[in-house]
Design a binder for this molecule. Structure first.
Ligand code: ADE
Length: 277
């Protein structure tokens, strides 16, 4: 993979670094640009025509541009794939149109050093932390593989990162790119309103989110936990923290291993788990 050079190694922040921060973009009104290279650009129309991604585009916070890899082929049939060298099932995406598309985008935007992310089941597992890192970039490129895969020279000489959205195989990278882009866009500063803050999201602090309730206070014979009606913000925050800890311990104990919890929290989790048995 091609590493991205670290412009920020200077102690004095160059303007190019300041300008590449997500906050500069918000203040200066320059949208984050996301280019998607794929074989089926139509797949992105509906998912990105609704809700938060659409609103972010309308508010000039993000610009999503899809490119059909086939448009960068030069034969009559628009051949984007070919048989694998060495034999085997399936077809492999050719390198030339993918490189050409990427270089064309570089010429259009005048920026060469951007994250170029290949979606593949062989990539590193996508997480909320990676989503937050990507949300701080001014420009991103996603390359969606198809068929049996993508010629390895794309991964070796063009791509800066390879991401997988889970240990299963999709028919192509498009749906994976949608998942990644959706979770990145909602973290771009200014995209979520103050009442939609991402701070309490599951995984934002390495924990699952606490349970949420809305009206009515009583539905059938099930009541909202009384502490949530108490108006005591301290008690509510403490209850939510404990619920997050308990839920994570029960459903995703692997996540707790990565956290530093207080002795009090550890004791509380262990008491709650033993009282549930
Ligand atoms: N392409 C096919 N399967 C995928 C996965 N699990 N993650 C990312 N890209 C993919």
């Amino acid at each position: 993979m091609v590493p991205i050079t670290d412009e920020a190694s200077n102690s004095f922040l160059p303007l190019s670094v300041v300008k590449s921060s997500a906050w500069w973009q918000l203040l200066s009104g320059v949208p984050m640009r996301i280019d998607i290279l794929c074989l089926f650009p139509e797949m992105f129309v509906s998912p990105f025509s609704h809700s938060i991604v659409k609103r972010a585009e309308e508010n000039g916070l993000v610009e999503v541009v899809t490119h059909n890899i086939r448009d960068y082929t030069h034969d009559r049939h628009g051949t984007a794939d070919d048989y694998p060298y060495g034999g085997g099932a399936g077809m492999v995406l050719k390198p030339e149109p993918i490189f050409e598309a990427s270089e064309h985008i570089g010429q259009l935007t005048g920026v060469q050093e951007i994250p170029r992310i290949l979606l593949t089941p062989q990539g590193r597992p996508f997480t909320q932390r990676i989503a937050a890192e990507l949300a701080a970039q001014p420009q991103l490129m996603f390359i969606c593989g198809h068929y049996e895969g993508v010629d390895e020279r794309v991964a070796e000489h063009m791509v800066t990162d390879e991401l997988s959205i889970g240990d299963y195989v999709l028919t192509g990278g498009e749906i994976a790119a949608m998942v990644v882009i959706d979770s990145v866009v909602r973290l771009i500063p200014g995209v979520l309103g103050s009442d939609e803050s991402a701070a309490d999201d599951s995984h934002s602090e390495g924990l699952l989110e606490y349970p949420q309730y809305t009206r009515p206070e009583q539905f059938r014979e099930w009541n909202v936990p009384p502490v949530l009606l108490s108006g005591n913000h301290g008690e509510i925050a403490a209850w939510r923290r404990r619920q997050s800890l308990l839920r994570t311990a029960l459903r995703r104990p692997d996540l707790l291993d990565k956290l530093t919890l207080t002795d009090k929290e550890l004791a509380w989790i262990s008491d709650s788990l033993s009282s549930q048995r």
